[in-house]
Ligand binder design. Structure first.
Ligand code: AHM
Ligand code: MG
Length: 331
């Protein structure tokens, strides 16, 4: 049995420059994840304890769960002092730490503290997504430029899924490993070593209700998924939870493609490059899969702003390549 911390410490050899700081940062993320997990598990008791974002029966304000998650991760990373700045879905501006200790931190983080949070009320898995870069500036509070690095410069990325069990899945560019939280001892244990996306998957995940707004290439790819050809496992099967972490996690284990394309209404789609697409793309590639905008590799995009959106195609390599083929033909 190997814990997350034992595993990360052993893997420090992957980093010739390792000082142990990176290990501590991942540990801090793991601690915040456990606190968020505890609150997510209580969400079902909202009727009894008071809804998140409203007053409880004692007349106290209850924080919304996504605000709570944001605070938790920001606080955990402040204590560690490894991180000088954080771009979060919950903060319009870059969050910088005001303590001298953190301002010496080598790293910057982009995160979506609670992705798919509209699913909390219906007991569907939600997640946290994180992406870690080495800062570019020398010292002082981190800057927006520190965050505006292409995804191929990530030194680590991962997600936590709060599901039927809670898992932390991450990569440092040396494969993908998954850890399951054993709630009885409060430890993440290595349960899914060296995860790879199966080539033989048959799942496609897309919000088809937007069909009329899709690009012709996406429409034709959907038609392709629905054609009868048992040799290629078609027709594929649709699975769409509407929670990126859960949809990606399932496709990572079973094989499949997730698409959030640009639409007529929103040409850049919905998902954010820095803290949704880049980290998931890094994991996908490290698991043998692929991630693109339909035309170009996600990880090669030079970001222009913290909350920039991009169309997102991710999953089993040949499925993403097939979708790209339809996009190109109909460009
Ligand atoms: P959020 O960050 O506001 O939670 O939105 C992101 C979520 C993803 O988890 C999910 O894949 C997507 O939005 C679903 O969007 P839609 O309801 O348009 O299909
Ligand atoms: Mg999100």
């Amino acid at each position: 049995m190997k814990t997350l911390i034992q595993f990360i410490s052993e893997k420090q050899a992957d980093f010739p420059f390792a000082t142990g700081e990176f290990t501590r940062l991942l540990n801090d993320i793991g601690i915040a994840a456990k606190l968020v997990n505890r609150e997510v598990n209580k969400a079902g008791l909202a009727d009894i304890n008071g809804y998140f974002g409203q007053q409880n029966v004692q007349g106290e304000d209850q924080k919304k769960l996504d605000v709570f998650a944001n605070d938790c991760f920001l606080t955990a990373m402040r204590h560690g002092g490894m991180v000088c700045a954080v771009a979060s879905e919950e903060n319009d501006e870059l969050y910088t730490y005001d303590n001298a200790f953190s301002q010496k931190g080598k790293y910057v983080v982009a995160m979506d503290p609670l992705d798919g949070s509209s699913n909390i009320e219906v007991n569907v898995p939600i997640g946290t997504i994180f992406s870690i870069y080495r800062r570019k500036s020398e010292s002082g509070p981190g800057t927006v430029e520190d965050l505006l690095q292409p995804g191929n410069r990530q030194i680590a990325a991962g997600y936590i899924i709060y599901g039927s069990s809670t898992m932390l899945v991450y990569t440092t560019g040396h494969g993908v490993n998954g850890f399951t939280l054993d709630p009885s001892v409060g430890l993440f244990l290595l349960s899914h070593p060296e995860m790879t996306i199966p080539e033989g998957g048959n799942i496609y995940s897309i919000n088809e209700a937007n069909y009329i707004y899709f690009h012709e290439g996406v429409k034709q790819f959907i038609k392709f998924c629905q054609q009868d050809d048992p040799a290629t496992l078609r027709p594929y099967t649709t699975r769409y939870i509407g929670s990126l972490v859960s949809d990606f996690h399932r496709n990572l284990i079973r094989g499949g493609i997730y698409i959030y394309p640009g639409t007529l209404k929103n040409p850049n789609g919905k998902l954010r490059l820095l803290y949704e697409c880049n980290p998931i793309a890094f994991l996908a590639e490290q698991a043998g899969g692929k991630a693109s905008t339909g035309y170009e590799r996600i990880l090669d995009i030079q970001p222009e702003s913290l909350h920039q959106r991009v169309p997102f195609f991710v999953g089993t390599r040949h499925m993403v390549e097939k979708a790209e083929e339809f996009m190109r033909k109909n460009a």
